[in-house]
Design a protein. Structure first.
Length: 400
């Protein structure tokens, strides 16, 4: 019987394989075939990749400032002063943090101010158009972090009826010694453009000023429970350094616009320390020394006590004391038309100021995000030259 050609070929292949196995002395069964290892795991193919842009957190905040008191720079009073410094600020804020890829983070901050103030309102002889003023800002910071180095770029713009401002900055930080030492440096530039007024309240064109700030600091881990920080900043300002409506009273019962130098250099030295406490708390302390070319020297001490009262709740108590000398040309009265530098601004006067405050912070785990954050804070500021401010703030945020 004649076999098909295909059958003959199959026999030849089988004989060749059998002969090769016999030649090798292998009389065992053929080894089981093992598949090649997979190039991709099931998770690599089926899992959803992480999005390139991710919302990291979103928060809203509302803050209210209630200020009362008097100052000789205010027009809201008798010509010989002092006038009212009454002011109220309503400030809602929005903050959004977005992650881009593995190393880049964007922070967008948008505060809105609704200001009701007595002093600028007095520049309007007929109307009360300046009593209430709305303002808004947008601030964007992009931070790139990789291999113990962080670089950030910050840009912002502020807009209100009689004032425009632009700011830009660059900061670098570098960690050493297993992140126990962190060195930082930065530069910030601010350009302001605002209205100018005559003594009678008429619009008189525009003024401008510029500010540039340089700062450098170092943070050091002193022990497993102690961190210290040193910082120095220098700022130089040029242009019209007044706000355009501050006045200085005269002995004749009139007033004139304040006159400031066209340049101001400002130095600030800061030292901070944070210490963990064994009862689930921490204490933060800071000291700041300030000196400028106006002749003001200031010392500021601040202490904060942080205490955890539950797994989801913390309290913070803070106290701040500030004292300063006045500017060399601070006056509450100058001869009419005197061609000298003079200011009656209560912020540039010799003074002592204190701030006390308390803040509650609450962080709740939730199913739809990592943490739901809420906080409430109250502060009271008062100083020796008749100025008082109450600050109320509340915030709500989600960390994804």
């Amino acid at each position: 019987m004649k076999r098909p050609a295909s059958a003959g070929l199959a026999l030849l292949v089988l004989a060749a394989v059998t002969g090769a196995r016999e030649a090798a002395g292998d009389d065992t069964k053929p080894a089981e075939t093992k598949p090649f290892p997979p190039l991709f795991a099931d998770g690599d193919i089926l899992a959803k990749p992480a999005p390139y842009f991710r919302l990291d957190s979103a928060a809203v905040r509302y803050t209210r400032f209630d200020q009362s008191g008097t100052g000789y720079q205010s027009r809201a009073g008798k010509p010989s002063g002092p006038g009212s410094e009454e002011m109220r600020v309503e400030q809602p804020q929005l903050e959004v943090v977005i992650k881009q890829g593995a190393h880049l983070t964007h922070r967008v901050w948008i505060p809105v101010d609704v200001v009701t103030a007595a002093s600028p309102d007095a520049i309007d002889v007929v109307s009360t158009a300046s009593r209430r003023n709305e303002a808004a800002s947008v601030d964007w910071t992009a931070t790139y972090a990789r291999d113990h180095t962080t670089a950030s770029i910050r840009n912002g713009h502020h807009e209100e009826e009689n004032y425009r401002s632009w700011n830009s900055g660059l900061a670098l930080t570098r960690a050493f010694a297993e992140d126990n030492t962190v060195v930082s440096a930065g530069v910030n530039v601010v350009l302001d453009w605002f209205d100018r007024y005559t003594l009678q309240g008429a619009h008189d064109g525009h003024n401008a000023r510029s500010s540039i700030n340089f700062n450098a600091g170092v943070t050091q881990l002193l022990s497993p429970t102690t961190v210290a920080h040193l910082d120095y900043g220098y700022t130089v300002q040029e242009g019209q350094l007044s706000n355009g409506w501050n006045i200085v009273p005269t002995p004749q019962g009139a007033f004139q616009l304040e006159k400031l130098p066209a340049e101001r250099g400002r130095h600030a030295f800061v030292a901070r320390v944070a210490q963990h406490l064994p009862w689930s708390g921490a204490v933060h302390g800071s000291y700041r020394f300030y000196l400028d070319t106006f002749g003001i020297a200031a010392h500021t001490v601040e202490v904060e006590l942080h205490q955890r009262i539950a797994s989801f709740a913390r309290l913070r108590f803070n106290y701040r004391y500030h004292t300063q000398t006045g500017a060399d040309f601070f006056r509450t009265s100058v001869p009419l038309g005197a061609p000298i530098f003079a200011t009656a601004d209560s912020d540039l006067a010799p003074l002592h100021a204190q701030t006390v405050g308390v803040k509650g912070t609450f962080d709740f785990p939730v199913s739809f995000a990592r943490t739901l954050h809420a906080d409430l804070a109250v502060e009271r500021y008062f100083r020796s030259n008749d100025l008082r401010v109450s600050v109320y703030s509340c915030g709500l945020g989600i960390l994804f």
